[in-house]
Design a protein around this ligand. Structure first.
Ligand code: 1BN
Ligand code: ZN
Length: 373
């Protein structure tokens, strides 16, 4: 059974953009000072200004990062540490995408979203593939585009970190959580991991056409993931894909994910145990439900899969696919919790891939736990 939602979290009115403007103003005033003035008074004044700017940075990071705490625990980092996943950047990605407007496949706003994702990925120095295709939908052919960014690893075998960036075709639907949060998470993981040389090649995949054009039935859903899985299978590239991790609707300020019964059990165990180990256990619930999503096509192609989805968005999931799915309901901290957990699970996943993956039905062997869980 799902846990009932007891509280609705409201957000501080600060925006990341407002914080940025404040910091730019602070910097402009500093550079406008006369040079060469070395009096004790001016040094004191400069020190006071520096302190004010530092305080502003820290305050803005806190407020822009999430607006409201998802759930904190002593073992989780209190804020952004500069080198890891940034809740503030995750929130900014979600805001930018929401500001483009409703982003169903083939819309002008999804084109802007694609340009945004592509320019971010380019700035991380990743090799990008645009996988263009036509989705055959109940409303006719619609142009769609998966975006794949590659981070080469020591091995050419691949771990996929994925999400979708399209939004449900509904008038006035912002898709802050359902759409923007998963794309924001994959972008943040790409930014952070692009500074590393992983043991395995990582593909950061942004699926188009996850949402039904009319109704989630038959083939009217998951156009992008079905297209990519079929293409990789035809090109015999699917064998390189050793695991596929999917994030969806993970921006909910009240983050509580159930285990997906359709995901590969040992992969679920691995990530859920990692969450426990790093202090994110309260966001990764012990109970199970089955979700149909972009992982299914890869599961059907023989790839171990994991869907991390919080299908409990608002009281009784009442914000899902409604106009309530707005920027004030999502949290950069929630995105960070999921990304941190995935990144911390990667070394163990690489170890398992190297030693031979567990059979589909097996649980993670105890020796693979890597310490206390
Ligand atoms: C997730 C977000 N999904 C659609 N938008 C897939 C899904 C459909 C998940 C039905 C659960 C139930
Ligand atoms: Zn949806």
């Amino acid at each position: 059974m799902r846990l009932p939602i007891t509280a609705c979290v409201t957000r501080a009115p600060w925006s990341a953009a407002a914080c940025r403007r404040f910091l730019i103003l602070g910097r402009a005033r500093k550079t406008g000072e006369k040079s060469g003035d070395k009096s004790p008074h001016s040094k004191l004044f400069a020190a006071a200004q520096l302190l004010a700017v530092l305080l502003a940075v820290s305050s803005c990071q806190d407020r822009a990062s999430a607006t409201a705490p998802a759930s904190t625990s002593p073992a989780a980092p209190a804020g952004d540490d500069g080198s890891g996943i940034s809740a503030a950047k995750a929130f900014e990605h979600m805001k930018r995408m929401v500001d483009f407007g409703p982003r169903p496949s083939g819309s002008p706003a999804i084109k802007k979203t694609q340009e945004y994702i592509l320019s971010e990925l380019k700035s991380y120095g990743l090799k990008i593939t645009e996988d263009d295709f036509m989705g055959d939908t109940p409303k006719g052919k619609i142009p769609m585009k998966n975006i794949i960014a590659e981070l080469p690893g020591a091995s050419g075998d691949v771990v996929m970190l994925s999400g979708h960036y399209d939004t449900k075709l509904l008038p006035g639907f912002d898709g802050a959580n359902d759409g923007a949060s998963s794309a924001a998470a994959v972008l943040e993981m790409a930014r952070v991991l692009s500074k590393t040389k992983p043991e395995y090649t990582i593909w950061f995949v942004f699926f188009d056409g996850e949402e039904a054009v009319v109704e989630w039935m038959g083939d009217d859903n998951t156009y992008g993931s079905r297209h990519l899985a079929a293409k990789l299978t035809a090109e015999r590239g699917i064998k390189r894909v050793k695991a596929m991790l999917l994030v969806d609707m993970i921006g909910d300020a009240k983050l509580d994910m159930m285990k997906d019964a359709d995901s590969t059990p040992w992969l679920v165990d691995l990530v859920w145990k990692t969450a426990q180990r790093i202090g994110n256990g309260k966001n990764f619930l012990a109970n199970e439900a089955g979700y149909s999503d972009d992982h299914i096509a890869f599961k059907n192609a023989g790839v171990p899969v994991l869907d991390m989805i919080d299908f409990n968005y608002g009281p009784g999931n009442s914000y899902w696919h409604t106009k309530e799915d707005t920027i004030d309901k999502v949290s950069g901290e929630s995105v960070k919790i999921v990304c941190d957990t995935v990144i911390k699970a990667l070394p163990e996943l690489f170890k398992l891939i190297k030693s031979g993956l567990p059979a589909e039905t097996q649980r993670v062997p105890n020796h693979a736990g890597g310490g206390a869980h």
